[in-house]
Structures are given as structure tokens and as C-alpha cells.
Design a protein around this ligand. Structure first.
Ligand code: ADP
Length: 191
């Protein structure tokens, strides 16, 4: 089993690229953002708990996302690989993921970081709001908060993986198909 992390600020294209990459490489795509939005759409207790946090662009508690991810890993013992999108997002999530994978005798192969300029991120999210209807994409202040939360809480884990020689930056500017080709090369090289 292989495990890739797709990393980058909000609007960097993680979701779009993850869907296509999972199809190409036959990976299971694990997006904590999608899972949380499904809980909200279903009106579950968990969904009610996280809705206002997500609307503000803050992070939901580590325990919530860790439990969701642990369930998916446990329920798919025979898959070719996982593509983690939007997880881990804090140091605690990163350490927990490593321990969970170690228990299954596997580990993170690479952390692929999509690099995109700040103005481009904001523009992409505002355009996405028109089609996605996502509450956290509609308001520039919420978008800026999400980018700040990324810088403060999530970006530091780049170093955690860099020290383990797993960090690979990829240019996330340009055409979706060109970025897909760049990412595909990184994954194919690490299989
Ligand atoms: P984006 O990367 O565009 O912000 P996501 O769909 O990955 O979009 O995340 C949307 C929101 O879901 C985040 O702002 C946060 O509130 C919550 N979320 C998603 N993944 C996590 C996580 N691993 N830890 C904490 N909160 C998360």
C-alpha cells in the first residue's frame, strides 16, 4: 500500500487534482473537507457541531477528523493506496497519521505541496463560490482567515515531512491539465 499527501493552501487545487489522480492511480481519495460537508448535508450530530466552525474558516477539533480518517483506513485494508487531501492539517494530526500507518506496517511516501500565489488563491475561491455554493468561499474575510490558519497551523508540518525527506513542492499555477501532469510524474516516480 502507498500513501500520498496532497498539500497546499485553500484554493491550491488539492480537491480537483486528487479526484483525477485517484482515478488514474486507483487510490482511495480521503478528503476530510468532503467528509465534513457530507455530515453537514446529512444533518448529523457531528455535522451540526462542525458547521459554524467551518463557516468561519477555523479548523474543526483534531479528534473529529482523526476518527473519520481512522475509520476509512480500517475499512479499506486491501486498497492500492490512499491519497490524503486536507489531512493532516495540524502537528497532532500528522503525528497521529504516522502512528496509524505504522500500525498497518505502511507509511507516507511523499507529501506533495501545491504552490500557488496568494491573489490567485483568493480569485479561485471566489469563482468557485459561484458554482460550489460553499459558505466558506463566498466571503473574502473568511477566505483570508482560512489562508492565515493554513500559514499558522498547517504550513509548519511541511518541515516535519521535509526532515523525513518526503517533501516535494509542485508548481500549482497554470492549466489544470499541466498541473495534473506534474503531479502524476511525482507519484509515478515514487511508486
Ligand atoms: P480548503 O482546503 O479549500 O479550505 P477543505 O474542504 O479541505 O477546503 O476544508 C474546508 C474546511 O473543513 C476547513 O476550513 C476546516 O474547517 C475543515 N477541515 C477540513 N479538513 C480538516 C482537518 N484535517 N482538520 C481540521 N479541520 C478540517
Amino acid at each position: 500500500m502507498v500513501n500520498f499527501l496532497i498539500f497546499g493552501p485553500p484554493g491550491s487545487g488539492k480537491g480537483t487534482q486528487s479526484v483525477q489522480l485517484s482515478e488514474k492511480f486507483n487510490f482511495i481519495h480521503l478528503s476530510t473537507g468532503d467528509m465534513l460537508r457530507e455530515e453537514i448535508a446529512a444533518g448529523s450530530e457531528l455535522g451540526k457541531k462542525v458547521e459554524s466552525i467551518m463557516q468561519k474558516g477555523e479548523l474543526v477539533p483534531d479528534s473529529v477528523v482523526i476518527e473519520m480518517i481512522a475509520n476509512r483506513i480500517d475499512n479499506n485494508p486491501d486498497c492500492a493506496g490512499f491519497l490524503f487531501d486536507g489531512f493532516p492539517r495540524t502537528a497532532e494530526q500528522a503525528v497521529t497519521l504516522d502512528n496509524m500507518l505504522e500500525d498497518k506496517s505502511t507509511s507516507v511516501n511523499k507529501m506533495i505541496v501545491l504552490e500557488v500565489e496568494h491573489n490567485e488563491l483568493v480569485q479561485r475561491l471566489l469563482s468557485r463560490a459561484e458554482v460550489s455554493g460553499r459558505a466558506d468561499d463566498r466571503d473574502v474575510n473568511v477566505i483570508e482567515n482560512r489562508i492565515s490558519v493554513y500559514k499558522e497551523k498547517t504550513e509548519p508540518i511541511v518541515n516535519y515531512y521535509r526532515e523525513k525527506d518526503k517533501y516535494v513542492p509542485v508548481d500549482g499555477m497554470g492549466q489544470i491539465s499541466d498541473i495534473f501532469d506534474r503531479l502524476s510524474i511525482v507519484i509515478a516516480d515514487s511508486l
